[in-house]
Design a protein around this ligand. Sequence first.
Ligand SMILES: NC(=O)c1ccc[n+]([C@@H]2O[C@H](COP(=O)([O-])OP(=O)(O)OC[C@H]3O[C@@H](n4cnc5c(N)ncnc54)[C@H](OP(=O)(O)O)[C@@H]3O)[C@@H](O)[C@H]2O)c1
Length: 272
Amino acid sequence: MRILVTGSTGLLGKSLCPMLDSEGFQYWACNSKIFDVTNTKMVNEIMNKISLDFIIHLAGYTNIDQAEDNPELAYNVNQIGTRNIAHIAKKHNVPILYVSTDNVFDGKSDKPYKTTDATNPINVYGKSKLAGEREIIKATKKYYILRTSWLYGTGGYVDAMLTFSNFRKEISVVDDQIGCPTWADDVSKKIIEIIKENKPYGIYHVSSSGSASWSDFTKKIFELKKRNVEVTAIDKSDFPRPAMRPKYCVLDSENILPDWKSSLEQYLLSKN
Ligand SMILES: NC(=O)c1ccc[n+]([C@@H]2O[C@H](COP(=O)([O-])OP(=O)(O)OC[C@H]3O[C@@H](n4cnc5c(N)ncnc54)[C@H](OP(=O)(O)O)[C@@H]3O)[C@@H](O)[C@H]2O)c1
C-alpha cells in the first residue's frame, strides 16, 4: 500500500512514520519544504505523477495563540491546504484520513463530546480546523476525520516539563481547563488499525480515556518521574493568552484508548 503522509515532521508524524515503517507500508513522508499543501499548482503537479492508495493528512497550522493574529495563515493551511489534499484523494479515488482537534467544540458542555455533538469553535485555530473538516466532507465520501487532543510525544509538553524540572523547583499551571492528555503513539496505533482493518468511514474521537486539568497532568508527570517540583494550580485568568481555550473539552472516545495516566506511565518508561 502506497501512502502519502503530510506533516510527517510534526509531533504526530514523528510517532506515526516509524510505525508505518515497522508495518511494512510504503509511504511518502513530506513537510512544508518539499510539499507545501497550500500551493495548489505544486500539489496537483506532483500528485499527477505518483500513484497512491491512501492519504494521511497531518499537516496543519497548529499554533493556537499565533493563529489569532494570523487568521489568513491558519485558514490557508488548515482549510485551503486541506481542500487541496481532499481533491487529490477524490481524484485518485483513495481514502483520506485527516487529524482534527477538540478545539472544534466550545467547551461549554459538562459531559464528554460525542462525534455527533454540535461543533462551535471559539478560537481561530478551531474554526480553521473545522473548515478543513468541512472541505473533506464536501470533497469525498471516503474520509476518516480523527479528532484528538492534548498530544504529547517526543519533543512535546511532557519532555518540556522534564527539562524544566532540571532547572526549576516550582511552576504555576492552569487548573480550570479540562481535557484528555493523549500519547501520540496511541493515536498512531489507531491510525494504523483503521487502515489495516478498513474501518467504516466517518468521524472518530481518539483520545485517552479519563480527563485531567493541565495541573493534574503536570503533577502526574513529576510524580511518575519522582521530580521534586511544586505545582501551583492557577486559573486561566491568571495566565491570559491571545486565544480562548475550551474550558471542558473531553472527547468521548468510547474508551478506545487506555486511561491517560497509564499511557503517560508507558511513555515515560519508553524514554528510559
Ligand atoms: N498537537 C496536538 O495537541 C494536536 C491535538 C489535536 C489535533 N492535532 C492535529 O494533528 C495534526 C498534527 O499535529 P502535530 O502536533 O503533529 O503538528 P506540528 O507538530 O505542529 O507539525 C505540523 C506539521 O505540519 C506541517 N506543515 C505546516 N504547514 C504546512 C504546509 N503549508 N504544507 C505542508 N506541511 C505543512 C509541518 O511541516 P514543517 O516541519 O515543514 O513546518 C509539520 O510537519 C495537525 O493537523 C493538528 O491540527 C494536534
